[in-house]
Design a protein around this ligand. Structure first.
Ligand code: FES
Length: 165
């Protein structure tokens, strides 16, 4: 997918502060983060102080001020998943991608996050890749999934969510 210009996003909405959230959501969706230049352009177009745009950008967890990888991998460490082996899964993924949770690989392929309960306890332990839930994971399965993603072999379709091994 080619990145569209920030100006194209800005033109979709009325040029006032009521558009700020929608604009930032679209920029986040397009770039997977909010580049500084995009925040500056947003502030200018919507006639808002840059500091206010930053406040919005940092208030909502869905926004990121740093670039994210192609695959955003989240390992659940909520109570149920923790008991089921979440920490071992996170450890395996960290070793496999070579960065700790909270970081992105230098090639921008993977961003790794440790998250709290994602509401899929009955399927735990779970991990998510770009919000696709992978149920009943083990450290071995997680490592294999990362390998397939790295090799471009795994699609993020429903067939990947079967799990159960
Ligand atoms: S604890 Fe992991 S989904 Fe609830």
């Amino acid at each position: 997918m080619s990145e569209i210009q920030v100006s194209e996003i800005l033109e979709r909405y009325p040029a006032d502060r009521t558009s700020s959230l929608a604009v930032l959501e679209d920029i986040q969706a397009e770039y997977k983060y909010l580049p500084r230049a995009a925040l500056e352009a947003t502030a200018e177009r919507l006639r808002m102080p840059l500091s206010e745009v930053y406040q919005i950008a940092t208030f909502f967890k869905a926004f990121s001020l740093t670039p994210k990888g192609d695959y955003i991998v989240k390992v659940c460490l909520g109570t149920s998943c923790h008991v089921g082996g979440g920490p071992r899964i996170l450890d395996a993924v960290e070793r496999k991608v070579g960065v700790k949770a909270g970081n992105t690989t230098p090639d921008n392929k993977f961003s790794l996050e440790a998250v709290r309960c994602v509401g899929a306890c009955a399927q735990g332990p779970v991990m998510l890749v770009n919000d696709q839930v992978y149920p009943k994971m083990s450290s071995v399965m997680a490592g294999e999934l990362i390998d397939r993603l790295a090799a471009g072999e795994a699609s993020l379709g429903a067939e990947e969510a079967g799990g159960g091994r």
